[in-house]
Write a protein that binds this ligand. Structure first.
Ligand code: SF4
Length: 448
């Protein structure tokens, strides 16, 4: 049955708007739908349906985003309703556009299988998603309001800021709690003298409700902090939650262990004799046919999309890992953590976005090819190629950024060092054509 809710919007005309399954955007390469995947969970049969309908629509590529969502690009306008309905029928989005728009939950992509995790956060992620989807629409909160959930494992999301963050931690007495951050990232390590807010697992939804309610009049959590001041926001939250939310000295918590958002390669699971395979979609893109093939490869498992643009195939018996890797590589997915494409992200640029000054995607491909000649230990750890200063493809900070503009076809190259407060870091060269910008990056790689 058709759903009469789709609205076509031209980006830039709607302040603060976000595309969704129900609300397509017009882009130079066709219509775009954004498919929110709370926790990055993507059951293989549903992935297959997405690939099938995109192929049937003769649409473009499927982008993996840094919020671990999918963007379905290049959809011919007459096929938008067919794609939307197939996504809903696959169980990947609700019928209600308002509910769909609120389901922004970014979680550890290895929850439940991570050898180092403190807890399987999937039930918490499901509860948060349900709450966001069903919260009262009378006074809607921002469709960009998002929640990060970190499981404290080898693969994590510390360093990633959305509106609210919950990070699993243990007290030195062994109690499981969730560190709570509002409008800031869970830090990789605690600062000397820092006092940390944490909540009992039983009150997480109460904390979510209270923060959502507090944000409603102002929009995002950063606006709440700017309006009320951080001390007052926490006082209000403490008064609302009671004893389940406490502030403690950092030495009362076990410090966070080192983690990464990268999953490329074969990794042991917490389950004995099982591994997961992380396969990078080069520059965050797969074709509909590749998504169909990947879902067939997953054989009914639930794939996970990571914020680092990889797909995780979980629950692979150790003896079968090399077959899965070989199959992924035949689909041009990268399973080698030393591949030059690992750490390079790009938006589509001017070929798919009206705001783009440069063909960022083509230039990023050229950069990856050039970085292949540089040994892995000398390459920048992360490179962001962007069509314009909006920088959609990365939440940063990245070691190197190539930002399109202000002139068409020109780049400014930035380098960022630890602690730099500027979004892209310091500009090292500007007004460069694509080849000069790539040369600048390659020539400033660490000397051998
Ligand atoms: S960064 Fe600029 S060019 Fe790239 S997708 Fe975003 S708005 Fe478009």
């Amino acid at each position: 049955m058709p759903h009469p809710t789709t609205v076509h919007r031209v980006p830039g005309n709607v302040r603060g708007a976000c595309p969704s399954v129900h609300e397509s955007f017009v882009e130079p390469d066709g219509m775009l739908l954004r498919l929110r995947l709370p926790g990055g969970l993507l059951p293989a049969p549903a992935a297959r349906q997405v690939g099938m309908v995109m192929a049937e629509a003769r649409a473009g590529t499927i982008e993996l985003t840094n919020r671990a969502n999918l963007q379905l690009r290049g959809i011919p306008a007459p096929a938008v309703a067919m794609v939307r309905d197939a996504v809903i029928d696959a169980g990947l989005a609700p019928h209600d556009p308002e509910s769909d728009a609120r389901r922004n939950v970014l979680a550890s992509p290895t929850a439940g299988i991570d050898a180092g995790e403190l807890v399987d956060t999937r039930p918490v992620v499901a509860a948060i998603t349900e709450r966001l989807a069903t919260t009262s629409p009378d006074v809607p909160h921002s469709p960009k309001f998002g929640v990060v959930v970190d499981a404290g494992g080898d693969v994590g999301l510390r360093g990633r800021a959305l509106d609210l963050a919950f990070g699993a931690v243990r007290t030195i007495g062994g109690e499981l709690r969730y560190e709570v951050r509002i409008a800031e990232a869970l830090p990789a390590m605690y600062s000397p003298g820092e006092r940390i807010w944490s909540a009992e697992p039983a009150v997480l939804i109460d904390v979510l409700d209270a923060v959502v309610d507090a944000c409603r009049p102002v929009g995002r959590a950063r606006d709440l902090i700017a309006t009320k001041g951080e001390p007052q926001v926490w006082r209000d939250l403490e008064a609302c939650i009671g004893g389940g939310l406490e502030r403690c000295d950092r030495y009362e918590l076990v410090p966070p262990r080192p983690s990464t958002d990268r999953v490329v390669g074969v990794h042991p699971q917490r389950q004995p004799a099982m591994v997961y395979v992380g396969a990078l979609a080069l520059l965050g893109r797969v074709t509909p046919d590749d998504l169909i093939a990947l879902s067939d490869l997953a054989e009914g498992r639930t794939l996970r999309v990571s914020s680092s643009r990889s797909l995780v195939v979980p629950d692979v018996p150790e003896f079968d890992a090399s077959r899965i890797v070989a199959s992924c590589e035949r689909l041009d997915m990268v399973c080698d953590p030393t591949h030059p494409g690992v750490g390079v992200v790009s938006c589509i640029g001017r070929n798919g976005c009206a705001s783009g000054h440069v063909d960022a995607l083509t230039d990023a491909r050229a950069l990856v090819a050039r970085l292949a000649a540089v040994s892995p230990d000398r390459r920048p750890r992360s490179v962001h190629v962007s069509g314009c200063e909006k920088g959609c493809a990365s939440s940063g900070p990245d070691e190197v950024s190539l930002i399109g503009g202000p002139g068409d076809g020109r780049y400014t190259v930035y380098r960022s060092r630890a602690g730099c407060p500027l979004r892209f870091g310091e500009a090292v060269a500007d007004d460069l054509d694509p080849r000069e910008a790539i040369d600048t990056v390659v020539n400033t790689c660490a000397p051998a």
